[in-house]
Design a protein around this ligand. Structure first.
Ligand SMILES: Cc1ncc(COP(=O)(O)O)c(C=O)c1O
Length: 472
């Protein structure tokens, strides 16, 4: 089908997610047709480096015929059967594999169709667990400012993103939020606080929130190993150990939301391993199948199933397509490749080069902060590096969305520009990327950000017109 026809049909029928559909009534929709390795091609044949792994998900890159063949074989054998009161070999094998890979006694695997459902399921399980053990008042959840945990009503309520949440109020009651670990913007860090003290301060806030809510009413703390939204906030040294201790003290569960951070993104199978803590539950999705099929999971410590091992007690929750055989086959094939090709080793070997290349952009006056670990980095853009002054909303719109974002795409790099906190560019390339692809990312960024510097200078020049607003 021609691009024109596809554009017309998409405009008429396809409701894209989190998308300003009005904008695309008179702009071309990027329509991707195929991919190979770290690259993706649009219907016009233009090639892009997939610097975001689709949406933090295509760990092994595109065009993996081994995974496609495993999925086809499974579909031919048993395309579907639910895991409600029955099972099938693919779900059993995958659950066992995840239990083997996950740290500690995280041995019980509850499948979902994606990340929001994993988070939703975790909160529901925690609530029912506490009810079963005679503590029904424990239902509240604490999460962090700006954190994204999904879109279903429970997961949405856990989001620390006010704009994302408030459209859908009233939300599920029982959530509250504490500060994230944004060291760059923390005035404590600017005042010379050590990383250790910062960890103490951030963990202390969680403890204060627990006390404020009433410890006997708090069920869980939901945290990402590296917080995505806001731009890859890395935890300060010792943070998770302190949080773990607080959770233990107040009998509160620590949920590691690893929808992005699991499956090699941080150089380890699970983000909790990278920062050396044992959560009660890991929620994951995206990279579980390397994005060859939609799938998520909640991986729980053994004790969480104990109340459900009695007869006549079931976790009152389920999803038709969770544990879908074809998705399980994709995940098993993907995890097999992780081992055969030493994917974790590739990320660990190249992480410092990736960091070095991105930190090499610090000479540009708008590059304020480069942060991240593994193959997961954010670059915060600022108006004034010395004072860390941010771009205001209009400037951010003009520079980030009207200029940097389309120019990166024109220059053949897919990454994310985001201003849910401060303006950031996020990078999360496929885990098969090597030095060549990482250098290509840095080269395109330098070119486009250098142009952006010129644009900022023009907009700030005395006598220059005010920053134009989109469509003005
Ligand atoms: C940390 C985290 N949790 C949950 C989700 C929701 O996952 P999904 O979009 O698969 O529902 C996301 C999505 O990006 C995420 O980053």
């Amino acid at each position: 089908m021609s691009n024109d026809k596809l554009q017309a049909l998409a405009r008429r029928h396809l409701w894209m997610h989190f998308t300003d559909m009005g904008y695309f009534q008179d702009h071309d929709i990027p329509i991707m047709s195929h991919g190979e390795g770290c690259y993706i091609y649009d219907v016009n044949g233009k090639k892009y480096l997939d610097g975001l792994s689709g949406l933090f998900a295509s760990q092994l890159g595109h065009g993996r015929t081994e995974i496609a063949e495993a999925m086809a074989k499974q579909a031919g054998q048993l395309a579907f059967f639910p895991i409600w009161n029955s099972a099938h070999p693919a779900a059993i094998e995958l659950a066992a594999k995840l239990a083997e890979l996950a740290p500690g006694d995280l041995n019980r695997v509850f499948f979902t169709s994606g990340g929001s459902e994993a988070v939703e399921s975790a909160w529901k399980l925690i609530r029912q667990y506490y009810a079963e053990i005679g503590e029904p008042r424990r239902y509240k959840v604490i999460s962090r400012n700006l954190a994204y945990h999904g879109t279903t009503m429970g997961a949405l309520s856990i989001n620390g993103l006010t704009d994302c949440r408030n459209t859908f109020e009233p939300l599920v009651p029982g959530t509250s939020y504490v500060d994230n670990t944004d060291a760059y913007r923390s005035h404590h860090m600017s005042d010379g606080m050590s990383s250790e003290e910062f960890a103490q301060k951030c963990a202390f806030e969680i403890e204060q929130a627990i006390k404020f809510q009433g410890p006997e009413t708090v069920a869980a703390v939901f945290l990402e190993p590296v917080q995505n939204s806001g731009g890859c906030f890395v935890p300060p040294e010792g943070y998770f150990q302190k949080v773990r201790k607080i959770c233990d003290e107040y009998k509160i569960m620590l949920v590691s939301d690893e929808v992005i951070c699991a499956f090699g993104r941080l150089g380890y199978m699970f983000g909790a391993e990278r920062f050396n803590y044992l959560p009660d539950i890991i929620t994951c999705a995206k990279g579980l199948t390397s994005a060859y099929a939609p799938m998520g999971a909640m991986i729980c410590r053994d004790y969480l199933m104990e109340p459900f091992l009695k007869e006549d007690t079931a976790f009152n929750h389920g999803l038709t397509f969770a544990g879908h055989p074809v998705a399980c086959a994709a995940a098993l094939a993907s995890l097999d490749i992780f081992e055969k090709e030493d994917i974790l080793g590739n990320v660990r070997r190249n992480e410092s080069l990736f960091r070095e290349l991105l930190e090499g952009l610090y000479d540009l006056p708008i590059v304020g902060d480069v942060r991240g670990v593994g193959y997961f980095f954010g670059i915060e853009l600022v108006k004034n590096k010395a004072t860390k002054e941010s771009f205001n909303e209009t400037e951010a719109e003009e520079i980030l969305f009207n200029f940097v974002s389309p120019r990166l795409s024109e220059a053949g790099l897919i990454c994310r520009t985001d201003d849910r906190g401060e303006p950031v560019i996020q990078l999360s390339p496929p885990l098969i990327a090597g030095p060549d692809e990482l250098r290509e990312i840095a080269t395109v960024l330098r070119k486009v950000l250098t142009e952006a510097v010129a644009l900022v200078a023009k907009l700030q020049a005395p006598g220059s017109l005010k920053i134009p607003i989109k469509d003005e």
